[in-house]
Ligand binder design. Sequence first.
Ligand code: FES
Length: 179
Amino acid sequence: MLRAVGPALQAINPVPHVVAKVHNDRVRPLPNPLTCGAIMSGTPHARRAVLRAAAIAPVAGLGLAACSPGDGNGNRSAPTKPVDLGASDEVPVGGSKLYTDQNVVVSRVAEDEYKAFSSICTHARCPIEKLQGSKLICQCHGSQFDARNGEVLQRPAVAPLKELPVKVEDGKIVAGPGA
Ligand code: FES
């Protein structure tokens, strides 16, 4: 059930249109991209808002959930061992492919050269589900990454994606630690 909550939440989150999720008498602010971005940008206004929220949250029983992971596919881990991602020619030269079940993105930077990265967002660990060309877009708070090198293209994330070992074996892409 969703409903607007009163001044306590507004004090934490000054953006007026943001509401909270109320479930079983527990109140959770919905993700707020403005607040998340402001925290990372470190502007004086943002720092004041964060400090104000941190001071109020324990009293009101509310966590700083504005930067918590949003909805995703449920699996929030990159591979911890080599995983088979399928035929190597499914990734064209110069192209990228996102494997949402394994939380891996692979780019083929040359005929025989592949790069693989964890597609777990480095901001608040949402599994990224959208790839546009070579740009990964996190649906949680809008961070963007370059799938060819893992670099951040847009905040609030500041750390690059984690690179994974990758190889082609018997015509199949295998990625993950130990590959
Ligand atoms: S988890 Fe916040 S932008 Fe990805």
